[in-house]
Design a protein around this ligand. Structure first.
Ligand code: SF4
Length: 310
């Protein structure tokens, strides 16, 4: 029996080019060399993906201490600092770099501005590996997460200040933080490299439009995923009830019983399609048995694999 309840799935959602490249890199390494393959940090921030790879002999490590000499080591999509690269070199590990090329670009920008005498401010999450990797590219940088942090920034002797941004931030929040930085350093030349990547931006735009049409929006992704968290916030700010779910465990009866007729779904850039299908099937069993899509496919971008696999 049809219930009149429906799901609207945002397009685009899910995997981006950087995540696809990182996962393909691990697949190729497993295929070519066999386990164990070591990965520094979670290759992408998704528990399901990480657990599946772990079962196939991938070992995820935060520190390189204690890795066997010559270990095959992949750097995750989030990138690393030069300090980590040096430790890997000292350990004579066989390094395969799966850093997203768009993150690499931010690293290069940091070095370029810093060597030209700019003060560099990074807007992003201080504890996120991408931001740690970017900050580590230069001797001196400041990181701001919120507008409140801007008030605590030091005086700068440099005339020019360059703001770099983490790739997965909310475009709206970042705009406000940059405005506050410009106000704080009135009289200096403050410029901004908008490093929020195409995938983050496209998924946020799609969720904004989706949330306007839905009573509630579910974002599928892990709590450690920056872009999935931002998608949930974007949906909430647009006025819908918004939840971040893994896609595996369903949702509590308290939430389920208070959902409206139209439910929106999207997924972070590291969430595999299988979790979206499973969640749609789950909601189908609960009465949301019609599925529509909303939005337009993004241009397919493919990043070249690391040289040895290209
Ligand atoms: S979200 Fe953007 S920066 Fe991060 S891996 Fe994907 S494409 Fe690269």
């Amino acid at each position: 029996m049809k219930t009149g309840k429906k799901i609207i799935l945002a397009v685009p959602h899910g995997f981006c080019a950087g995540v696809r490249r990182a996962l393909e890199t691990v697949e190729r390494a497993l295929e070519l060399y066999g386990p164990p393959v070591y990965v520094r940090h979670e290759i992408v921030h998704n528990e399901y993906v990480v657990d599946s790879l772990r079962k196939r002999g991938v070992v995820f490590v935060e520190s390189l201490t204690g890795l066997p000499k010559g270990a095959r080591l992949i750097f995750s999509a989030h990138g690393v600092s030069p300090e980590v690269e040096s430790v890997a070199q000292l350990g004579k590990y066989d390094v395969i770099d799966a850093t997203c090329p768009l993150v690499k670009k931010i690293h290069l920008q940091a070095v370029s501005y810093y060597t030209r005498g700019y003060a560099v401010i990074i807007v992003g999450d201080k504890k996120h590996p991408e931001v740690i990797g970017t900050a580590g590219q230069i001797d001196d940088s400041c990181i701001v997460e919120t507008i409140d942090d801007v008030g605590n920034l030091p005086e700068m002797k440099q005339k020019h200040i360059e703001c770099l941004t983490q790739s997965t931030l909310s475009a709206d929040d970042t705009r406000e933080i940059v405005k506050a930085i410009k106000k704080r350093y009135r009289g200096k030349k403050v410029s901004v490299s908008n490093d929020i990547c195409y995938a983050t931006q496209n998924r946020q735009n799609a969720v904004k439009a989706l949330a306007k049409k839905c009573d509630a929006v579910f974002i599928l992704g892990s709590s450690s995923s920056s872009n999935a968290n931002r998608l949930r916030e974007v949906a909430e700010k647009t006025g819908a009830k918004a939840y971040l779910v893994s896609g595996l465990g369903g949702v509590s009866p308290k939430i389920l019983n208070n959902l409206g007729r139209v439910i929106g779904i999207s997924a972070g850039a590291s969430t595999p399609e299988i979790l979206i299908s499973k969640f749609i099937a789950y909601l189908g069993r609960k009465g949301w048995d019609k599925v529509e899509t909303m939005g337009a496919e993004e241009k397919k971008i493919v990043f070249k694999l690391p040289d040895r696999f290209a």
